[in-house]
Structure formats: C-alpha cells, structure tokens
Design a protein around this ligand. Structure first.
Ligand code: CP
Ligand code: NVA
Length: 305
C-alpha cells in the first residue's frame, strides 16, 4: 500500500488493519500515551476546496504523531496557476514525506500518486472520499460492536460519499443500500467495481430510487448534502428534486429501532436531514467527526511510518 486513493484499491484485510490501528491510537491518545510514529516527517496538504474537518483532523493528527503538517492552499501554490501535476509531484517529493490532497478531478489525484514517489492520500475528490468512510466504519464498529452483516443505508445524492460508502461496505462485510433519484445515480464505473467487490464479499448491494426500500431495517442511516462543492449553481433545482429523499422521522421509522444516524458534515438542517434526526438520540455525528482524526492517523502511520 503506497497511497490511499480509493477503498476499492485496498484489501479487506488492509481495511481492518487501518481500523484496528485507528482504534488503538484513539485509546492511546485518551490515556495520554504518546505515539511519535512520524517524528521528523512532513505532510503536505493541498486543498483546492474548502474544509473544516479534513484540514483540522489531518493537521492535528500529524502533530500528535510527532510530524509536521504543511497547509498548501491551491490559491497560494503554483499548481493553482497552471503548473503541471507532474512537476508539482516531482518537486514536492524532494521536500515532503507524504501528500494529502483535496481537489475536484479524481484523475488529478491518480496522476499525482503515479508521479510522486511518496505516499498520496485522497482527502476528497468529486468521485470519492475514502478517509471519511474509514471514520464512518470505525464509528459504526464502536456503536454496534461489529461490522460484518450490518445493513448500511445511504439516502440522497449518488456522489463521492455514496461511492466510497459502497466500496467501504463491500470491503468491511456490510450489506449496503443506496437510494438516489433517477438522474442522480452513482457513477457507472464505480457501481461496476462495487458490484465485483460485493460479489467477492458475499454481501448484498441494493441500488434503488425508493428511500423506504433502502432504509428498511437498516442499522446505519447516512445522508450527505444535496449540493456538493462545485455544484452551487444547481442548488435550487437539486433542492426540489431531492425533497422526497430527506431523512426525517417518517422515513427513519422504517430503519432498525436502534439504528445510528451519520452524516459526513457539513449538514444543512431542514434539507437532507431534519433537526430532530441529526440532533436526536440516534445521531452519532460528532463521534463520527472525531474519528476522522483517529482513522487518518492510522492511514498516515501506515503509509508514512
Ligand atoms: N466531512 C468532511 O470532509 O468535512 P470537511 O469538508 O469540513 O473537511
Ligand atoms: N459530498 C460533499 C462531501 C463534503 C465532505 C462534497 O463533496 O461537497
């Protein structure tokens, strides 16, 4: 494992190792046991999109591992003015021990990883958000005591979160149901890859337009914004189309009684989820946000340690 670009690229065993290490690092942190695994190492963090959780959790995580995080906004580096990914990769590998990148085109992250001799971590593209799903699986495990055999339901846009959730569930042995409106389904190639992963794991993948079918008896209920970064111009249209996909108490009744609710955040209360659900007793959104830190420390320690 040189990079973390997609959960489709890693084995089920590698995924479980990351989760186990994340839980161990979390436990050590709570007990005050230092773990300077990346002492003297530097992580460059390229952002061409906004971030709260990803930026802060990677910076703090790198610091807790004894390393140094370097924030590189695309507004400030030459990549944002048209320098090639190739040249950027070849230069940065001379200074850094790893690169984390959040950007639009997934192909840019693949190219960066191919060109750079140092580990590259995908911190969200238009296609995938693997670090988020590692935290989501870790949170599910903490609340449910297991992963294997649970049903994970995602209701909303067939976006980067839906894609990484499919990959993550297949590798971790969960059944997965995705409900999206007709014209907002998941990417065809991701679906084909995911189907192969589910076949290998023997678990079920349901792709439907019916939110009730997806959420039925689910142990985990998940949604994400209807308007991802870069889609701001489509906001009004999307809000109209996605209204039947709102996660509210009426829909939540169909989930398992002890279902947990997760959302990668940022959330828009009153749109993809109602306040009574996201701020109610089933919600574990802040445990989930915290686990970004622990899961990503496991990723950095594994790739850069
Ligand atoms: N969930 C997530 O990635 O949040 P940020 O956009 O704040 O990093
Ligand atoms: N789908 C959202 C996730 C944000 C963490 C986006 O891409 O904006």
């Amino acid at each position: 494992m040189k990079d973390l670009i997609s959960l489709h690229d890693i084995t089920s065993e590698e995924l479980h190792q990351l989760l186990t290490l994340g839980l161990k690092l979390k436990d050590e942190l709570k007990k005050g046991i230092p773990h300077p695994i990346l002492k003297g190492k530097t992580l460059g963090m390229i952002f061409t999109k906004s971030s709260t959780r990803t930026r802060v959790s990677f910076e703090v995580g790198m610091t807790q591992l004894g390393g140094y995080p370097l924030f590189l906004s695309s507004n400030d580096i030459q990549l944002g003015r048209g320098e090639t990914i190739h040249d950027t990769a070849k230069v940065l590998e001379r200074y850094l021990d790893g690169i984390m990148i959040r950007t639009y085109a997934h192909s840019d992250v693949i190219e960066l990883a191919e060109e750079a001799d140092i580990p590259v971590i995908n911190a969200l593209t238009d296609l995938l958000h693997p670090c988020q799903v590692l935290a989501d699986l870790m949170t599910t495990y903490e609340h449910k005591g297991k992963l294997e055999g649970l049903k994970f339901a995602y209701i909303g846009d067939g976006n980067n979160m839906a894609h990484s959730i499919m990959y993550g569930c297949a590798k971790a042995g969960l059944d997965c149901a995705i409900a999206t409106p007709k014209d907002y389904q998941c990417d065809d190639e991701v679906v084909e890859n995911a189907k192969a992963d589910f076949k290998a794991s023997g678990r079920e993948l349901i792709l439907t337009e019916d939110p009730i079918e997806a959420i039925k008896n689910a142990d985990v209920v998940y949604t994400d914004t209807w308007v991802s970064m870069g889609q701001e111009a489509e906001k009004a249209e999307r809000q109209k189309i996605f209204t039947p996909y709102q996660v509210n108490s009426e829909l939540f009744k169909h989930a398992s009684d002890d279902a947990i609710f997760m959302h990668c955040l940022p959330a828009y209360r009153g749109f993809e989820v109602t306040e009574d659900i996201i701020d109610g007793p089933h919600s574990v959104i802040f445990d989930e946000a915290e686990n970004r830190l622990h899961a990503q420390k496991a990723v950095m320690a594994t790739l850069m340690g």
